[in-house]
Design a protein around this ligand. Structure first.
Ligand code: SAM
Length: 285
C-alpha cells in the first residue's frame, strides 16, 4: 500500500478540493523520491530552507524534520488553509501566500537566515513557470548555497547540459555562469497524482562562489546569447546582425576572426568563454 497516495487522497477529500492544473499541481506520492531529494539537497539543522509551491505539504513535512527553518511560498489559498492546519505546531515553519515571482527573496533571506547557517532552495516546481523561477533565483544573486528542484525532464536536460552540448539553449549558458549542476534522480509520472503528461527529474544547482569567465558587462553577455539562440538555425553572424549590439556585420566578422572563430559558426557551438570574449570586444555604446 502507498501511504502517501492514501494520505494525499484523504487530505483532498477532507478539504473537498481537487488539483488545479493551471497552477501546475501534481502532488508527489513517492517516498523514495522525497528521500533522495532531501539527501541530494543535504538538508541540515543549520539550514534555512525556502520551499516554492508546498502544495499539500508532503515534501514540507520531511523538510521540517530535517531543517532549522522552512519558509514555504504558495500561491493557492486553498493550500494555505491546509498547510496552516497541518503544521500549526511547528515553530520552525513560516508560510507566505504569494506568487513566488513577486516575493522579495533577498529581503526574506536576510531577515530569516540562521546565524552561521546556509540557505537552500528545495522545491517541486510548478512546470508552467519553471524558467522564470530558475532565472529569478539565479539572477537576483541571492545568498543561497544550492537549488534542488524537480522539473520536467526535457527542461532538466537543458539546464544541466554543458554550453555547446547537444541539449544546450540560451538558459544553459546562464545556469552554467551562475552554478554547477547535477542530476539527482529521474522521476516517472506515476510518482504524482494527478500524473503529469511528462517525465520529471530532480536536479541540483550549486551556486558558484566565482563566475567562470572574465566579463565586463554581464547584461550584454546574456543579450548576445539570447540573440544567438533566438534564430539558432542561422549562423552566429546572421543571428547577431539585427541585434543592434554591433556597428555592422563586418564588425561581427572581424571580432570572430580576432578570436579565431569561423564566420560560418552557429551560436550553439560556442562556449561561454567564447561569448564572454565576443562581449568584451563590443565597441558600440
Ligand atoms: N510540493 C508539492 C508536492 O510536491 O506535492 C506540490 C508541488 S506542485 C508541482 C506545484 C505547487 O506550486 C502547487 O502547490 C501550486 O499551487 C504552487 N504554485 C503554482 N504557481 C505558483 C506561484 N506562482 N507561486 C507560488 N506557488 C505556486
Amino acid at each position: 500500500m502507498n501511504n502517501l497516495l492514501e494520505e494525499t487522497k484523504f487530505i483532498l477529500k477532507k478539504y473537498g478540493i481537487s488539483a488545479n492544473k493551471s497552477l501546475g499541481q501534481n502532488f508527489l506520492i513517492n517516498e523514495e523520491v522525497i528521500k533522495k531529494m532531501i539527501e541530494g539537497a543535504e538538508v541540515s539543522k543549520n539550514d534555512l530552507i525556502i520551499e516554492i509551491g508546498p502544495g499539500l505539504g508532503t515534501l514540507t513535512k520531511e523538510l521540517l524534520e530535517k531543517a532549522g527553518k522552512v519558509i514555504a511560498i504558495e500561491l493557492d489559498k486553498r493550500m494555505i488553509e491546509i498547510l496552516s492546519d497541518r503544521f500549526a505546531l511547528y515553530t520552525n515553519f513560516e508560510l507566505i501566500n504569494q506568487d513566488v515571482l513577486k516575493v522579495n527573496l533577498k529581503e526574506l533571506i536576510s531577515n530569516n537566515k540562521i546565524q552561521n547557517g546556509t540557505v537552500k532552495i528545495v522545491a517541486n516546481l510548478p512546470y508552467y513557470i519553471t524558467t522564470p523561477i530558475i532565472m529569478k533565483l539565479l539572477e537576483e544573486k541571492l545568498e543561497v548555497e544550492s537549488i534542488t528542484v524537480m522539473v520536467q525532464k526535457e527542461v532538466a536536460d537543458r539546464l544541466i547540459e554543458k554550453p555547446g552540448g547537444k541539449n544546450s539553449g540560451a538558459i544553459t549558458y546562464s545556469v552554467y555562469y551562475y552554478a554547477t549542476s547535477a542530476n539527482i534522480i529521474e522521476v516517472m509520472p506515476e510518482s504524482f497524482i494527478p500524473e503529469p503528461s511528462v517525465e520529471s527529474e530532480v536536479i541540483k544547482l550549486t551556486i558558484r562562489k566565482q563566475v567562470p569567465v572574465q566579463i565586463q558587462n554581464e547584461e550584454l553577455l546574456f543579450k548576445i546569447i539570447k540573440y544567438a539562440f533566438m534564430q539558432r538555425r542561422k549562423t552566429l553572424v546572421n543571428a547577431l546582425e539585427k541585434s543592434g549590439i554591433f556597428n555592422s556585420k563586418e564588425e561581427i566578422i572581424k571580432i570572430l576572426k580576432k578570436l579565431n572563430l569561423n564566420d560560418r559558426v552557429r551560436g550553439e557551438a560556442l562556449s561561454l568563454e567564447d561569448y564572454a570574449n565576443i562581449t568584451n570586444l563590443v565597441t558600440k555604446m
